[in-house]
Design a protein around this ligand. Structure first.
Ligand SMILES: C[S@@+](CC[C@H](N)C(=O)[O-])C[C@H]1O[C@@H](n2cnc3c(N)ncnc32)[C@H](O)[C@@H]1O
Length: 387
């Protein structure tokens, strides 16, 4: 067997064993007349044993087959090359793309992971949640749960988002622990759903001694959140009505900014970097600054004349440059989908863990700016001239 194929199968086997497996797809049928279009696999638990569950997608129907890992790897080995020319394996450590070209030469490409956590493997069991509503009074006070702790029908999406978010933070903390009395700042905290959940999880479930601050422009939301914090006995959580721009933190150990508008995300990242925050977690919102500056050259103009494509391009460039600027300033970054697009289209997350600075990333920033006629990225400006 080709070395690349063996290596791909080894990664499949290893990721299933280590619990880092996210999903696998087999595509590009070897024969044009094939009825079987593609295969999708996920990890499931059946009667207490992990299986790979394959969905075989035919033109008019789907068929499911469940295999124990060793058998699954052998089956994938049989399919690859004979029935399909491409296999994409996603794990929380790396993504692997295996392909045969027209001459049936094999290649294996890897990329940094596009998923930060694995989906739950429970097949017929309820999903294990890090946040449970029965003991979280703030969820009732925020209108997500009923007084008896059950989640309201209209609160289901928010509850799912909260749990996904806590799962991601939990994953980051496993890589970079917080110091005692860590200061966590949530910039643009809004109604505080995620702020309360994180405080609750870190103090009550993990037993950490932390200080948490929510910064929010709208005084009414700040009053509401301070009231809920007090009712829940969250002594070390306070909210301040302030513009992120004017907030002067003493120090920050973990900076969070979820869906803060346009350049407010840059203001938050800059505060995090300049305070030497060990962890940075942002989910950007609108991307107006770069969209106004960006000019498509040559052939790109024919594409960017479509508003939606220009918007997506602006998102890509804005967030790509944010990650590069974080890397240049000493963060190991990951960019991935936070929750599925069925919940919100604003679902990209950028995380950064303190690491060695990569000054060479600035050359990449410059090259990209030049290619798109961008004079400046707001974050770059903030880092150059801190307030
Ligand atoms: C879309 S909400 C997100 C709330 C929360 N982070 C979440 O994800 O559920 C964005 C919040 O950021 C606040 N915001 C926007 N720009 C801000 C700024 N410059 N300073 C402080 N808060 C800001 C808005 O008032 C709004 O409540």
């Amino acid at each position: 067997m080709q070395e690349q194929k063996q290596s791909f199968l080894d990664q499949l086997s290893e990721s299933a064993a280590k619990g880092t497996f996210v999903k696998l797809t087999l595509s590009k049928p070897a024969s044009k007349s094939s009825e079987l279009h593609n295969i999708y696999a996920r990890l499931v638990e059946i009667k207490g044993q992990l299986h790979l569950s394959f969905t075989l997608r035919y033109a008019r129907r789907d068929e499911t087959k469940n295999y124990l890992p060793a058998e699954a790897v052998k089956t994938v080995s049989d399919w690859l090359g004979k029935d399909f020319l491409q296999g994409d394996l996603y794990t929380t450590e790396k993504d692997y793309f295996f392909q045969y070209n027209k001459k049936r030469e094999a290649s294996l490409r890897t990329a940094s992971p596009s998923h930060a956590s694995t989906p739950n493997a429970g097949h017929d069991k309820a999903k294990k949640r890090l946040i449970t509503a029965d003991t979280a009074n703030y969820l009732h006070l925020l209108g997500v749960a009923n007084a008896d702790g059950t989640i309201k029908k209209e609160g289901q999406k928010k509850f799912k988002q909260i749990n996904k978010y806590i799962e991601i933070i939990d994953n980051l903390l496993a890589q970079q622990a917080l110091p005692p009395k860590a200061h966590i700042v949530d910039m643009g905290s809004g109604k505080g759903y995620l702020t309360f959940a994180l405080y609750d999880y870190l103090t009550r479930k993990l037993g950490l001694d932390i200080e948490m601050t929510g910064i929010e422009l709208r005084p009414a939301l700040v009053d509401l959140c301070n009231d809920i914090a007090s009712k829940c006995g969250f002594e070390h959580l306070r909210f301040a009505a302030q513009d992120i721009r004017d907030y002067q933190p003493g120090h920050i150990d973990m900076l969070i900014a979820l869906h803060a508008c346009d350049t407010a995300t840059d203001e938050a990242i800059a505060k995090g970097i300049l305070s030497d925050s060990a962890i940075i977690v942002v989910a950007p919102c609108c991307h107006k600054q770069i969209r106004k500056e960006m000019h498509g050259h040559g052939d790109m103009q024919a594409i960017l004349k479509h508003g939606i494509l220009e918007e997506r391009q602006a998102e890509l460039i804005t967030d790509g440059l944010r990650a590069l600027l974080m890397e240049a300033n000493g963060y190991a970054t990951k960019v991935f989908e936070f929750i599925s697009t069925e919940h919100t289209s604003k679902n990209l997350m950028i995380t950064g863990l303190r690491a060695k600075a990569q000054p060479e990333a600035m050359a990449k920033v410059e090259a990209i700016k030049q290619a798109y006629g961008i004079k400046h990225h707001f974050l770059e400006q903030l880092l150059a001239t801190p307030s």
